[in-house]
Write a protein that binds this ligand. Structure first.
Ligand SMILES: Nc1ncnc2c1ncn2[C@@H]1O[C@H](COP(=O)(O)OP(=O)(O)OP(=O)(O)O)[C@@H](O)[C@H]1O
Ligand SMILES: [Mg+2]
Length: 268
């Protein structure tokens, strides 16, 4: 599988300065562990190699929903397109935006250092579409990947590719401490595909998060540069984001519990 992502089978994961290692995300995961980055912040990557699936919509609103008085949340906009940065450019938000665009593996080492230096309870990363190297670098730092997917055939193919990246990321870690949540996004229940996606994904079990439906409030909120909790706090759109935030917190608790169990098992 590694070959499919531009890594040679015999790549040496200890070759820290090689661009090839960076492209394959090996250096990043290793650096994160060495610097304790995984301990100081819970890093959540929002990614899909497909464009336009609602990554930035979910990243901005989820970051703001998780943030607030009791929890510090940072959102890293890794996309050179800058959608999240643009969104969070007017006024005050419960999360802090960091514009750290990453085009490809060049500059990845500096980028990793910058992300790991952010002091926050949660760090979310809004990834660009179409870049395996950037997505893999972000996954290398993360505890959880949130993967929006729309109800379309091509989207399901792109999602399979992200799941392969997650497997690659897991294989270079000591444990399986990268979980994922597939989030049906922009779902329109007036269409057959929109109604069926729940059934299509149900067999996957608890890796499927709550739907974020196609709602004009999200588009209008972006137009006003507000997050949904500010723009329409009592709307169905807000409720979608609240449900997603709860699913993310539950997933993180599971991860925490699982790694605690593992540590206990190693000690005993
Ligand atoms: N749940 C939703 N309901 C309605 N419109 C949405 C929803 N989510 C996203 N959109 C709209 O779809 C378009 C793409 O959304 P967004 O920018 O979040 O996707 P993306 O995956 O981040 O795209 P890119 O790959 O270009 O970064 C935008 O016009 C956005 O307003
Ligand atoms: Mg985007």
């Amino acid at each position: 599988m590694k070959r499919a992502f531009g890594c040679k089978e015999d790549d040496d994961p200890t070759e820290k300065d090689s661009g090839q290692s960076l492209a394959c995300g090996k250096l990043d995961a290793r650096m994160a562990v060495e610097r304790g980055g995984l301990m100081t912040a819970r890093i959540i990557t929002v990614a899909n190699l497909k464009g336009g699936v609602g990554k930035s919509n979910i990243a901005v609103n989820l970051a703001c929903e998780l943030g607030g008085d009791t929890r510090q949340v940072a959102l890293v906009d890794a996309d050179p397109q800058g959608t999240s940065t643009h969104w969070m450019s007017r006024g005050r938000y419960p999360a802090k935006i960091y514009s750290l665009p990453l085009e490809d593996e060049r500059g990845a080492q500096r980028w990793v250092t910058q992300v790991l230096s952010i002091e926050s309870d949660f760090v979310l990363i809004d990834c660009p579409a179409h870049s395996r190297a950037v997505t893999e670098t972000a996954l290398g730092l993360s505890r959880l990947a949130v993967i929006p997917l729309t109800a379309s055939g091509p989207d399901l193919i792109a999602t399979t590719n992200v799941l392969n990246l997650i497997e690659t990321s897991r294989s270079i870690r000591d444990g399986n401490d990268l979980s994922f949540l597939l989030v049906p996004s922009k779902i329109d229940h007036r269409t057959g595909a929109g109604r069926r996606i729940g059934d299509v994904l149900r067999h996957l079990g608890d890796v499927v998060g709550p739907e974020v439906r196609q709602r004009t409030a999200f588009v209008d909120a972006f137009g006003e540069r507000k997050w949904i909790g500010d723009f329409a706090p009592k709307s169905d759109a807000r409720l979608d984001i609240v449900n997603l935030a709860n699913a993310v917190l539950t997933k993180l608790e599971e991860i925490e519990r699982f790694s605690g169990d593992n540590e206990a098992a190693q000690v005993s």
